[in-house]
Design a protein around this ligand. Structure first.
Ligand code: GRF
Length: 197
């Protein structure tokens, strides 16, 4: 039974594109059924449409901080397409327990650090400030605690002298684009053993 995947984005959606392209490449247990953004200007929406994936927008701003109402609107869009798996890919809104709990075990996220190091924002600058010799990205199951769920995969990159946060972000992003599709392909096939690239 092909698994139905919805993907949440907030911006360019480069991770979303790789996930969709890999699902469309064949031999994959999942198919993309929705790309949803919290901003109508998100560049990833056009990319998703060009790949033939239905899109939706639920702008968080009209909800003026009413997280529960925003999350109910998100869930209403998901109810329309009945996904089996939800992937967060560059989605920059915090989701609370009331949204996450029903999805626990079926909701994935990619975070640009080697969790549990550097939960939250500005991960590349923090790794540089700490003088880390390596950095990377993590795909994990989403739980109500931010950036904290069981790890499904990690990819590592070296940190070079003189790296700026942008240099490091670009190096990590190339690994994200390999790791997330590989993890989703396995996850959709029922494999949850950790993948380290
Ligand atoms: C990526 O660095 C990702 O790790 C983070 O958001 C950034 C943008 O992702 N979650 P994308 O290009 O929108 O997929």
């Amino acid at each position: 039974m092909t698994k139905r995947v919805a993907i949440f984005i907030s911006g360019g959606g480069s991770n979303m594109v790789r996930l969709v392209e890999d699902m469309q490449a064949g031999g994959h247990a999942a198919t993309p059924v929705l790309v949803l953004a919290n901003d109508a200007e998100a560049g990833g929406l056009k990319k998703a449409a060009a790949l033939g994936v239905p899109t939706a927008v639920v702008d968080h701003r009209p909800f003026k901080g009413d997280r529960e109402a925003f999350q109910a609107a998100l869930q209403a869009e998901l109810d329309k397409v009945q996904p089996d798996i939800l992937c967060l890919a560059g989605f920059m809104r915090v989701l609370t327990e009331s949204f996450v709990a029903p999805w626990e075990g079926r909701m994935l996220n990619i975070h640009p650090s080697l969790l549990p190091k550097y939960k939250g924002l500005h991960t590349h600058a923090r790794a540089l400030a700490a003088g880390d010799a390596e950095h990377g990205c993590t795909v994990h199951l989403v739980t109500p605690a931010l950036d904290d769920g069981p790890i499904l995969g990690q990819a590592r990159v070296p940190v070079f002298a003189g790296d700026t946060p942008d240099d490091l972000a670009a190096r990590v992003l190339t690994q994200e684009h390999k790791l997330y599709p590989a993890v989703l392909r396995r996850f959709a096939a029922g494999e949850q053993a950790r993948l380290d690239l």
